[in-house]
Design a protein around this ligand. Sequence first.
Ligand code: CMC
Length: 385
Amino acid sequence: MGCLTAGEQKYSRGLEGVIAAISSISCIDGDEGNLIYRGYPIEVLAKYSTYLETAFLILYGHLPTEKEFEDFRENIKSNYELHPGMIDTIKNFMMDAHPMDVIRSMVSMMGIFCKDKREFSREAKYLKAIRVIAKIPTMIAAFHRLREGKEIISPDKSLTYSENFLYMMFGEKPDELSAKVLDIALILHAEHGMNASTFSGMVTASSLSDIYSAVTSAIGTLKGPLHGGANERVMSMLDEIKSLEDVKPFIESALAEKRKIMGFGHRVYKAYDPRAKILKDWAYKLCEMKGDLLHFKMGDEIEKIMIEKVGKRGIYPNVDFYSGLVYTHLGIPRDIFTPVFAMSRSVGWTAHILEYLESNRIYRPRAIYNGPIDLEYIPMEQREE
Ligand code: CMC
């Protein structure tokens, strides 16, 4: 038997350290806590760029000229609307569905309602990527309004991508700081190398399936609490702790019981996640403006205790520790935190998929076999109960 058996090949649990692609999209220095997109440090992009400009950079590899940006922005905006067939379908969804299940199903549905579904040119693939980036915010907001018994709000193309999302969710144009903080959160979540959801989208795309199927896979993977779902759990943890005084005993007993603290730790970062550092400052500004610093102070206290207790093991806050705080103070419901992550990461997913397809080879790893061999087939009637 030619099965791979233990000892013959190196097995890396969770594919840790395995190189699965060559990419020029982003680079993470996990030891120093640095992240660059297409050569630009995220600190610089968070300071000077916007989500849509960063999206262009990630997708096309360079910062856009004015003309390129104008065309890109128009292309995104002209694709905001959902097909009427999709709106009819969403109205029939169970209103207690998780919004991640809703957007996963709706992106999948885009493959049905897409007019050029059988078009696989490079240009058509980019257009499909743009449609996904444009439509996810509309899907999230439409479902949220419907489940609240409210009318769906049509996109307002005069607003920025972030302003428009908040407008479609809540029916009014957001204040400047709220829109800015959301835009920065979207920049910080837009891309992160070969993470689980990106890899899963690439695996689907590598069979020469289509962009919508690949993004559907990625959304399903992002949903889990070890990946995008962590920010939702951070807020549940703060609820459970309740007060500043209860932070220390809670964290100490959680660590003693070997429970994971959500929003901490990372497979690649063994230093402070640079995205968390930026978001923490903006979370403070937002909480201060909203006049509610309790969650921020609890988060800060958790961070201090965790760094003291497990920092030397390379466990620091990750981006999701402060994103939950930001989204809460933007009025975004908890079960929509991860969909907002998906809305932003749609750029990173599609950029990696498009890049990989340029020199595609189907992903096909192997497994070490540790089961029996040469068993005798016993007819069913002779098998013992
Ligand atoms: N709290 C306490 N201990 C932790 C934590 C944590 N958050 N994260 C890791 N550890 C410990 C873990 O218990 C294990 O200890 P031991 O060696 O004694 O068994 C050790 O560190 C290694 O943990 P691991 O789970 O094997 O590490 P990993 O590289 O497979 O996992 C991770 C990375 C992000 C899944 C993990 O750190 C985790 O579960 N964190 C909490 C969930 C979270 O915040 N996820 C968001 C990640 S950032 C956004 C994103 O990429 O989606």
